[in-house]
Ligand binder design. Structure first.
Ligand SMILES: NC(=O)c1ccc[n+]([C@@H]2O[C@H](COP(=O)([O-])OP(=O)(O)OC[C@H]3O[C@@H](n4cnc5c(N)ncnc54)[C@H](OP(=O)(O)O)[C@@H]3O)[C@@H](O)[C@H]2O)c1
Length: 276
């Protein structure tokens, strides 16, 4: 039995779908099992007892802790419960750059501490470190539909934007296959793209020009109510603007034996959300 945490989110829902399609017994963990059509269990990373119930008779788990200051604490709590319950394998969704930062206020540092809980657990482990998800662009959908320019905090800084379906497929390979123990997969798309590049590809998909407008990082961060999130976002934007995440890898090809999906194809598949 595979346990999928974060099962109602972007990656977890696709992992759930892929496992069901492959006929692999799996259980979705969520704070609200009523939201899930298939087998599901109540679980909250802040409630150890619920985690103990969720891991019963589980052999492998997808560990997806939601973004926030509690990533490492949630990872530690889950790993501790899983190890005691006899779970054999954990596949953690982390973030690209997690190996390079010790700063607890940025995403890499938050995930880095969580990774150490997983890699030091004595269990089989795989770390999946995705680049920026293509689906983050859905946050621009209303702006694009209104014919407004997309706010750009990252200048011409490029990233290997990745289709979440590829992240989920790599995670499923690690959960169900062998040869992934002790591996760290930095999962990216095939192209280095800036925000204006993404706007151009969304525009091509919907058949009209989509512009961007530069917004100073401090100004954009000031609009985020949660101070911890605002700080992490500001650090992330500065890092990207300085080309810190201008990275493309072959992880999808290496693990799945096929090329990664492009942002262009994601935008075509998703054009209805942008009014196309
Ligand atoms: N977006 C990016 O560009 C990007 C890039 C690299 C890495 N990441 C990492 O990817 C992860 C986010 O993945 P995602 O976008 O697939 O997630 P998501 O769509 O934001 O979904 C979050 C999931 O977490 C669950 N959840 C929230 N609070 C919980 C709690 N207290 N206990 C148990 N479950 C809880 C939610 O389930 P319920 O509400 O049903 O309980 C939901 O399934 C984060 O760790 C983030 O740092 C994101």
């Amino acid at each position: 039995m595979i346990l999928i945490t974060g099962a109602t989110g972007t990656i977890g829902s696709e992992v759930t779908r892929l496992l069901a399609e492959a006929g692999v017994p799996a259980r979705a963990m969520t704070r609200d099992p009523g939201k899930v059509a298939g087998p599901a269990v109540h679980g909250d990373f802040g409630d150890v007892r619920s985690l103990e119930a969720a891991v019963t008779e589980v052999s492998a788990a997808l560990l997806l802790t939601p973004f926030g200051a509690e990533i490492a604490a949630h990872d530690r709590a889950f790993v501790d419960v899983a190890a005691r319950a006899g779970v054999r394998k954990i596949v953690k969704i982390s973030a690209i750059g997690a190996g390079e930062s010790e700063d607890p206020e940025d995403v890499g540092g938050m995930h880095g501490a969580g990774e150490r809980a997983v890699t030091g657990s004595g269990l089989e482990w795989t770390i999946v470190r995705p680049s920026m998800f293509a689906t983050n662009a859905l946050g621009w959908a209303e702006t694009v539909k209104a014919g407004q320019p997309i706010p750009n905090m990252t200048g011409d800084g490029r990233q290997g934007i990745v289709d979440p379906r590829d992240i989920a497929a790599v995670a499923v390979a690690a959960l169900t296959g062998s040869g992934h123990h002790g591996r760290i997969y930095e999962v990216t798309g095939p192209d280095l793209l800036s925000t204006p590049d993404q706007a151009g590809l969304i525009g091509r998909a919907i058949g009209r020009r989509v512009e961007t407008v530069n917004v100073p990082i401090e100004q954009a961060a000031a609009q985020i109510p949660d101070p911890a999130y605002a700080k992490a976002a500001a650090k992330g934007w500065a890092f990207i603007a300085a080309e810190g995440n201008a990275v493309v890898t072959t992880a999808v090809q290496d693990v799945l034996g096929r090329p990664s999906r492009s942002f262009e194809s994601w935008a075509r598949d998703t054009k209805a959300a942008f009014g196309g």
